[in-house]
Write a protein that binds this ligand. Structure first.
Ligand code: SF4
Ligand code: SF4
Length: 474
């Protein structure tokens, strides 16, 4: 058996969870156990903990995370973002896409099996409750086939009730990320009539989450998730993924009774199908890499247990690339993988640099449209400008403005009071710039305005100044 693709490819013509008549085949995965599953539980607990405390973390009374699309208020890792930071958002988005592509090309669907909220909630919360109430896969199948009786009504009813409550909690959590935990508290503690839109949003989300986890389940990863659908493009022969070592495993065959050792002419796979029984997406990984595989590693644990029992080396199903198995290479961290990983680290570092060095104040200066210059006393010319300061910090800032390069010019603010910009707010104003006529030698003179906090220049803005038409007299 030289090449994996010599296997019968017929399984690729349909998805494993749909039968020949197009009817859904419900997956009853066997309870997973083993070292990878224990590791996944630890990762899931940490991620769930972070996810749930996220909206409650506040720094100086401000949320650590807020993704308020409705009011266009965004706070990420305690840093407030404004619509004016759109360029950063676009850059972050491009980096993210690049990161996802590179990451998937190297490491496959690690994200799906280990960090995706859909998988974590499904496998580590909803599925665990299902095992607790209905038992392992065989007992679940039995219950499913049972006619409607007291036991079935009680178990199914209890399960669905708990599922709905958890969907309700997730819905509140998502809302807390969007509108902030204080607003969610208000919606929960006051009459729904006072917050009709918020209440409707919470209920709508709850129904969606309940439907996803109680019914759609693995179909989200197989058919709905765009990232999952793109796997066919990203994954190549060098991608690290959960792989069956067909060179070692084939030809597969059962162990004969009272014989613990495999026949020498057979491979290590005893065709026990434990890897298939534990798979939450209902596939047989021995067929090769498939779109449905979320790299959850449950089949690796199941097969390792079997290998231990039959006294064969573990790792018949393991994290490997197609090429590494074909070529018999053990080291997965090739020069290519290290090179790509270095690019990934660079992308993350670049984002951190861009976000942390962002200017605290954004200044916009626009000459009042339709206005020409004004002649002033003392042989001076003035232009009228609109100015806007956006304070992107959580501190109140008192600003000052001055002209760079034109010490004999002057900025005169209308109103004259100090320029105080409250935290995470913006102020707008109007001001004049006055220049002596003798320094104006063009119709449009370029100017730079310095924005200062105390004596420190925190921003520089370019604008221009209209003056009288200059005529050369011959
Ligand atoms: S669990 Fe291992 S031995 Fe059993 S069928 Fe799967 S690959 Fe073969
Ligand atoms: S094939 Fe293995 S890793 Fe892939 S989804 Fe199934 S159990 Fe998880």
């Amino acid at each position: 058996m030289e090449d994996l693709y010599q296997f019968d490819q017929e399984y690729r013509d349909h998805i494993s969870t749909v039968d020949a008549r197009g009817k859904r085949i419900w997956v009853f995965p066997k309870k997973p156990k083993g070292k990878f599953h224990t590791l996944r539980i630890i990762v899931a607990i940490i991620l769930l903990f972070l996810l749930f405390i996220g909206p409650f973390i506040k720094i100086d009374g401000h949320p650590f995370f807020l993704l308020n699309i409705i009011d266009r208020r965004f706070i990420i890792f305690g840093i407030p973002f404004w619509p004016q930071d759109f360029h950063l958002f676009v850059l972050a988005l491009i980096s993210l896409v690049l990161f996802i592509v590179l990451f998937t090309v190297i490491y496959g669907r690690v994200w799906c099996g280990w960090a995706c909220p859909q998988t974590i909630f499904m496998e580590m919360v909803f599925r665990k409750i299902e095992y607790w109430i209905e038992g392992d896969a065989n007992r679940q199948r039995k219950l499913d086939k049972m006619p409607l009786n007291g036991e079935k009504i009680f178990k199914r009813g209890l399960k669905q009730l708990i599922f709905f409550i958890i969907a309700l909690i997730i819905s509140h959590l998502v809302m807390a990320y969007i509108i902030g935990v204080d607003q969610v508290k208000e919606i929960v503690t006051q009459s729904p009539m006072n917050h009709l839109a918020g209440f409707a949003g919470l209920m709508f989300n709850t129904i969606i989450f309940y439907f996803v986890f109680a019914n759609l389940r693995e179909q989200v990863c197989i058919a709905l998730c765009p990232y999952g659908r793109l796997q066919g493009v990203f994954v190549g022969q060098n991608t690290i993924a959960v792989m069956y070592d067909w060179l070692r495993g084939e030809p597969r065959g059962r162990i004969r009774k009272n014989k613990k050792e495999q026949d020498t002419e057979k491979g290590d796979c005893i065709d026990c199908k434990m890897c298939v029984h534990v798979c939450p997406t209902g596939i047989d990984i021995r067929n090769g890499t498939q779109l449905e595989c979320i790299n959850c590693t449950a089949c690796m644990d199941a097969c390792d247990e079997v290998m231990t029992k039959i006294k064969r080396p573990k790792g018949l199903i393991r994290l490997a690339s197609y090429e590494s198995i074909k070529e018999g290479v053990k080291n997965l961290f090739t020069t290519r993988v290290i090179g790509y990983s270095a690019i990934l680290i660079f992308l993350v570092a670049l984002q951190v640099y861009l976000l942390t060095t962002r200017e605290p104040v954004e200044t916009t200066v626009v000459r009042v449209p339709g206005m020409l210059y004004q002649e002033q006393e003392n042989n001076r010319i003035s232009n009228l400008y609109n100015i806007q300061f956006v304070n992107k910090t959580f501190e109140e800032i008192t600003l000052d403005v001055r002209l760079k390069d034109y010490t004999n010019g002057e900025i005169k603010r209308v109103g004259g009071e100090p320029l105080v910009v409250p935290s995470n707010e913006f102020v707008e104003g109007v001001f004049f710039i006055e220049l002596p006529k003798e320094v104006i030698n063009k119709t449009k003179t370029n100017l730079v305005i310095e924005v200062l906090v105390g004596n420190e220049t925190i921003d520089e803005v370019k604008t221009n100044f209209l003056g009288p038409v200059v005529r050369n007299i011959e």
